[in-house]
Design a protein around this ligand. Sequence first.
Ligand SMILES: C[S@@+](CC[C@H](N)C(=O)[O-])C[C@H]1O[C@@H](n2cnc3c(N)ncnc32)[C@H](O)[C@@H]1O
Ligand SMILES: [Zn+2]
Length: 274
Amino acid sequence: MTHPSALTPLRCTVRGCGRPLCADGARLVCAAQHSFDRARGGWYHLAQPQDARSRTPGDAEESIAAREELLQRGLGTAVLEAVARHAVAGRVVDVGCGGGALLARLAQSPLAHELYGVDLSAAAVQRAARRRCATIVVANADRGLPFQDQSMDLVASIDARRPVAEMARIVKPTGRVIVVVPAADDMAELRALVLGRAEDLPGGAGLEVEFAPAFACCARERVEERVSLDREGLRALAAATYRLARRKERDLLDALATQEVVARHDVRVFELRS
Ligand SMILES: C[S@@+](CC[C@H](N)C(=O)[O-])C[C@H]1O[C@@H](n2cnc3c(N)ncnc32)[C@H](O)[C@@H]1O
Ligand SMILES: [Zn+2]
């Protein structure tokens, strides 16, 4: 993927350093000789011990595998297609890349991409690195993204962390940021069934407010996916979705027979304000 001493868009995460990282064989090294070995699984651990500490150390294998299963059942593929439609060529990072489904989709694109994935979860990076289509790094997005300023043509985030100021720092002035969040009425029918009511989620409107300090929204899309899920599928959905993850909700879902699920997502494409 990289040849010896090749400059990368990554930057050193040793506190107070931040120098560019070069790929030197199986390690990344900065000019101050801080180095990061490539793990056997193929990813780089860039989180510092203090950064790795998090109330949410990223998702467990169960959730990552469940999202993969849902994709195979057709839930989530339309979102990947929507992001691919809005993508631009060049260097891309997927923040909270999970098992790497978006990276794999973009690797199939006719656009030339140099792909990066960031996630805090060991289970996620293992899966994503196995796809061998991107450079995968472990980092806590809440503590900074380990990339140089203005190094990315595209920054993506699907149902994941979206540190606005860091995204604004790493995207090129001509680049874009694509963010996907559950729409206000995402799975409203199922939530009403299981939770007794379905409160509106912040959705795309909330996202635009969040990004307004640094970004202007230049495209909007709503993606609706309808799939019929049997009990196994509903179990995967419970494991994949934080909002239906509590014991009581899982039990209620478990009691349902085959159910039609309508997932709704808001896609927003942002450009830096000039
Ligand atoms: C809901 S999943 C979405 C995964 C993927 N984008 C997808 O659409 O399937 C959220 C992801 O963010 C990761 N994550 C959670 N906290 C994080 C953090 N602080 N920094 C980086 N990634 C984090 C989780 O491990 C998980 O893979
Ligand atoms: Zn350094």
